[in-house]
Write a protein that binds this ligand. Structure first.
Ligand SMILES: *[C@@H]1O[C@H](CO)[C@@H](O)[C@H](O)[C@H]1NC(C)=O
Ligand SMILES: *[C@@H]1O[C@H](CO)[C@@H](O)[C@H](O)[C@H]1NC(C)=O
Ligand SMILES: *[C@@H]1O[C@H](CO)[C@@H](O)[C@H](O)[C@H]1NC(C)=O
Ligand SMILES: *[C@@H]1O[C@H](CO)[C@@H](O)[C@H](O)[C@H]1NC(C)=O
Ligand SMILES: *[C@@H]1O[C@H](CO)[C@@H](O)[C@H](O)[C@H]1NC(C)=O
Length: 163
């Protein structure tokens, strides 16, 4: 599977007030929309360190200038090189809550499409949970372009970190 780093380019939806040389800018903006129609983002910090036994939020949000329709997303864990799907869902339209299928007993979906939030909680973290978590999304409005962002989880020993 091909993965792209969704967080690499900071961009904002263009406002009409920004248009100076209308013809040229419009052309450029269309280019930008095509290139950056959807973004997924795990926030400013791309990793977190937690103690075993605790619960951790794996954050992910999306944004789109052209709007979403049937936005598909999933979370995957890179377990020793193999991608394991933790959950997946389709958001029918903006503001409509997804019906999330969960494939992992300690994963809870805590996002809300009202806030473009597709974060999950991982409960009772174990040392085996350490690794890379991939938030993946695809907006059919943009053909089959894939977007993803990686969040890394480090698990530390409760006893050692208490010293
Ligand atoms: C965390 O790991 C330590 C050492 O492996 C263990 O003693 C402790 O019980 C664990 N804590 C939890 C909450 O699982
Ligand atoms: C990771 O994969 C390698 C090679 O497939 C295997 O030898 C090893 O036991 C695996 N480790 C774990 C923790 O599953
Ligand atoms: C987490 O561990 C606690 C204590 O062992 C247990 O009661 C709880 O059901 C676990 N939660 C999940 C989501 O596995
Ligand atoms: C996403 O939702 C979770 C759960 O409500 C919240 O803790 C988190 O801060 C939200 N993230 C963002 C970027 O809004
Ligand atoms: C997007 O990901 C899917 C698997 O989730 C894959 O089948 C498809 O080929 C990918 N598309 C592109 C353009 O990378």
């Amino acid at each position: 599977m091909e993965l792209q780093q969704g967080r690499s380019i900071l961009h904002r939806c263009a406002r009409s007030g920004d248009v100076v040389h209308a013809g040229l800018v419009v052309t450029l903006l269309i280019g930008v929309w095509y290139a950056q129609a959807l973004e997924v983002n795990t926030g400013k910090v791309h990793f977190v360190e937690v103690m075993n036994g605790s619960s951790v939020l794996l954050p992910c949000t999306y944004s789109s200038c052209i709007g979403i329709k049937n936005l598909y997303f999933n979370w995957q864990f890179k377990d020793n090189g193999t991608m394991v799907k933790l959950c997946e869902a389709t958001i029918p339209a903006e503001g409509v809550e997804p019906n999330v299928k969960i494939y992992h007993e300690r994963v809870e979906f805590v996002g809300s499409s009202k806030h473009s939030n597709i974060s999950i909680l991982l409960h009772n973290v174990t040392f085996e949970d350490q690794g890379e978590y991939i938030c993946f999304a695809r907006n059919p409005k943009e053909k089959e372009r894939n977007h993803s962002a990686i969040f890394t989880l480090y698990v530390v020993d409760e006893l050692k970190s208490a010293l």
